[in-house]
Design a protein around this ligand. Structure first.
Ligand code: FMN
Length: 265
């Protein structure tokens, strides 16, 4: 990108040849989701490369948990990273419930199995067959569960930046989750986000107040390895889109072709 703020140049990722097949996505992994950019951040300064590499290595984990304990100082660092996230109006509207007890996790896992069946019933026969081979949680095989919640009353009543967009509070919680996810990856841990649940069930299970929303049930723990590709891609359920497919120049829908300049104002 140009250093001149008045001149927008084409991001490098757009200056690469089109994805073969016109950018269509191949669940078997044909498309390049980074749009031609070096996913590991080649060319970036060394410190930045560490981050880019982490971002690419982060995976949603279900089947690779070892169940080994997490050292308390590691858990502290990961939670501190989550708590350092940006938040609308500096409201920090999150809480983290650390769930290690077997009983609560078993009850949650049973609830997830039920919700899995509910979702499965919405699928046609072929999607249902594919879904049958896909694992959606590692609640009991991971070392600990972290439930991340959202309290809309935190920092209120006048939360700076939320008056027009109520969801900005939820966005903040999701940023805490992403911080946590990246920190855990850096610590050699896996994270799996489970959303096959009804909020009232989790509230009741963990004694969460009625005004507080459980946003994420995260499974956390040491792993044997992180897969190179998302599970859903490996199982042919969905595939990542090339970056160029989601970029627009100036106006929605104005695509930038390979080797075109974006705009020079
Ligand atoms: C809000 C949210 C909810 C998710 N819920 C589930 C879930 O219930 N079960 C599951 O297996 N994966 C879940 N995932 C993980 C996604 O399937 C995963 O992030 C996606 O397939 C991309 O894979 P990756 O995270 O390994 O890059 C969830 C992810 C997000 C962001």
């Amino acid at each position: 990108m140009s250093n001149n703020p008045d001149v927008l140049s084409t991001p490098d990722v757009l200056s690469t040849p089109e994805v073969p097949g016109g950018g269509t996505r191949d669940p078997a992994g044909g498309a390049d989701p980074a749009g031609g950019a070096d996913p590991a951040g080649g060319g970036a300064p060394p410190g930045a490369r560490v981050l880019y590499d982490l971002v690419q290595r982060r995976r949603d984990v279900r089947g690779e948990f070892t169940g080994a304990p997490i050292a308390p100082d590691v858990l502290d660092r990961v939670l501190a990273a989550a708590h350092a996230a940006p938040s609308v109006g500096l409201s920090q509207p999150w809480d983290f419930v650390v769930v290690t007890g077997r009983r609560a996790r078993e009850e949650f896992a049973a609830h997830v199995r039920h919700e899995r069946a509910v979702f499965d019933a919405t699928l046609d026969a072929s999607r249902s067959r594919r879904f049958a081979g896909i694992r959606i949680e590692g609640v009991l095989t991971s070392s600990v569960s972290l439930v991340v919640t959202y309290d809309a009353a935190r920092g209120g009543p006048a939360v700076l930046g939320r008056h027009a967009i109520a969801d900005a509070g939820l966005y903040s919680v999701c940023l805490a989750v992403e911080n946590l996810w990246l920190a855990a990856t850096a610590e050699g841990l896996g994270v799996g986000w489970v959303s096959f649940y009804r909020e009232p069930f989790v509230r009741e299970l963990l004694g969460i107040p009625a005004r507080v929303r459980p946003v994420a049930w995260l499974c956390l723990g040491p792993v044997t390895h992180l897969e190179d590709r998302p599970d859903l891609e490996r199982h042919g359920w969905a595939a990542r889109r090339p970056l160029a497919e989601v970029l627009h120049a100036e106006h929605w829908g104005a695509r930038i072709g390979a080797h075109d300049g974006a705009t020079t104002g």
